[in-house]
Design a protein around this ligand. Sequence first.
Ligand code: ABT
Ligand code: MG
Length: 148
Amino acid sequence: MEKTFLMIKPDGVQRNLIGEIVTRFEKKGFQLSGAKLMNISNEKAEKHYGEHKDKPFFGELVDFITSGPVFAMVWEGENVIATARQMMGKTNPQEAAPGTIRGDYGLTVGKNIIHGSDSPESAEREIQLFFENDEILSFTKDNQKWIY
Ligand code: ABT
Ligand code: MG
């Protein structure tokens, strides 16, 4: 099944949006396969945002993403990479549609609440950058023995 890497950025964590955001993906029907609260090192941040290293905002981007804990997640489900991007909304929250995460909670492009992989190649690269293999769980909820 397709997997993607999603990450609630330091602004989303500080604003207590972890629960709200996780709920949206659960209710949509995706399955959480891995998650952790973590600090990102400068080295990891520079790798993660490597494609932007020549952009004028690169320094600010790395400073921001390393400024406090992030909530890193692996989500799984049909077409999850593209659908999660739709649920997040456009990169600039001022252009993101109401009903999307950035449209509902964000104000500025440099602090846009959530990251999501933009292709199967980035998803694979980012999952490997942030997670060890044994931190990603493969399980089904078919056997619902705790529901009476
Ligand atoms: P990410 O999920 O953070 O990768 O955002 P997204 O893929 O939607 O957008 P891209 B283009 O990858 O932006 C990466 C981060 O750079 C910030 N940014 C982007 C600016 O600060 N100024 C700009 O002009 C542009 C184009 C927004 C993204 N992250 N943050 N935080
Ligand atoms: Mg991006």
